[in-house]
Design a protein around this ligand. Structure first.
Ligand SMILES: Cc1cc2nc3c(=O)[nH]c(=O)nc-3n(C[C@H](O)[C@H](O)[C@H](O)COP(=O)(O)O)c2cc1C
Length: 355
């Protein structure tokens, strides 16, 4: 018999389980995945970027008339909340690096989302943009970043984050580390979590959510033992029936071996962990197809200097095309089957079945 896991309180909402499904863009965590995770008692996170081009709820937006996909975001949040049926927490992940960050935040709040999670930069003025009791959750990769944002919010706005996600170097997607840091002991989750928890303790009772490489119940126990109050998973939620990505992505995860997982520098300028595909190999050999920027979706992206559109390749992955950029965590090779979210969450609580 395992010890019961604690619940996760975040502002006005409480999730029965301290299990967070991390935001996965473009189009990997949409309303179905996020709503189901919330319904099963966790926190489900929609990824806001590029929703206008992947949603199945409203006509796909024309990059010229609705470049930000605001209608799609509104519809996706509504659908996720309906599916959650009052259970758990429905959050939206909006990357700081996105050029239309402000209207996305405004739309998410207006659509009644419970929490806004922000990575790819520190959201210094986020409290200024959000009315009401929406929980604000920055993602950090160091104790220093946790201190910078929390101290600034406390000084400027007299408030602190409702929780902080600490993402370590084993995560899928973009990483907040240099190549040297990926294996440095002080950057691993077991060192980062207590360091961030110690910083946050100065500012009150702020839960730390540990992310990156969490695979099973034992990892949850280990994260809680070093000071986390919840965990965030990405890759295992890709391999669920309710994940909004195409079957092809799920099959690639299930079929992957440790040797298929690699870390590359993407056109955003950050390292990212991906499945090694033919496309990745061509890119590593500097073979690029050429492209035309349709969205100017990232503030820092200088379209004529980068060699490919990451947003397009992420959408290709969500839709299961060979030219997809398939983000995965370093545990992807351990995933052996696609499960219903309910069964995955049961295993995360009760343990994996014997092999
Ligand atoms: C396919 C994929 C897409 C992701 N996209 C985003 C994203 O858009 N924004 C973000 O903050 N994190 C993103 N992440 C990171 C996840 O939210 C999560 O923190 C991470 O996957 C945790 O590590 P794990 O995969 O080892 O569980 C992504 C991860 C994956 C696997």
């Amino acid at each position: 018999m395992r010890t019961p896991l604690p619940s996760l309180k975040l502002g006005r909402r409480t999730a029965r389980l301290p299990i967070v499904q991390g935001g996965m863009g473009v189009g990997i965590s949409r309303w179905r995945l996020a709503g189901t995770v919330a319904r099963e008692g966790g926190m489900g996170t929609l990824a806001a970027q590029g929703l206008g081009q992947v949603t199945d709820l409203v006509p796909r937006s024309d990059p010229r008339s609705d470049p930000h996909g605001l209608e799609a975001l509104r519809a996706e949040i509504k659908a996720a909340r309906e599916l959650a049926a009052g259970q758990g927490i429905v959050a939206v992940n909006i990357m700081m690096a996105i050029s239309h960050y402000d209207p996305l935040v405004e739309t998410a709040v207006d659509a009644g989302v419970d929490a806004i999670v922000t990575g790819a930069g520190l959201p210094m003025d986020l409290p200024d943009k959000v009315r009401g009791d929406v929980a604000l959750v920055p993602i950090v990769s160091s104790a220093r970043a946790a201190r910078t944002i929390t101290r600034y919010w406390a000084d400027q706005y007299g408030r602190v984050p409702e929780a902080v996600v600490v993402e370590g170097p084993r995560a899928g997607g973009h990483l907040g580390f240099t190549r040297e840091q990926l294996t440095a002991p002080e950057c691993q989750l077991e060192a980062l979590v207590p360091a961030v928890a110690e910083v946050l303790r100065e500012y009150g009772d702020i839960p730390v959510i540990a992310a990156g490489g969490i695979y099973q119940r034992e990892d949850i126990d280990a994260a809680l033992a070093v000071g986390a109050r919840a965990v965030q998973l990405g890759t295992r939620f890709v391999a669920t029936e309710e994940c909004d990505a195409a079957e092809h992505f799920k099959r690639l995860v299930v079929a992957s071996t440790a040797g298929d997982i690699t870390v590359v520098r993407t056109s955003v300028g950050l390292l990212g962990r991906v499945l090694r595909t033919e496309l990745i190999e061509r890119f590593e050999q500097q073979q690029f197809p050429g492209f035309k920027c349709q969205y100017q979706c990232l503030k820092s992206c200088v379209a004529h200097q980068v060699h490919y559109c990451l947003a397009d390749h992420l959408r290709d992955a969500a839709e299961g095309r060979p030219e997809g950029f398939y983000f995965v965590g370093d545990n992807a090779w351990r995933v052996r089957e696609v499960l219903p979210v309910r069964e995955l969450m049961r295993r995360l609580v009760e343990g994996e079945p014997p092999a």
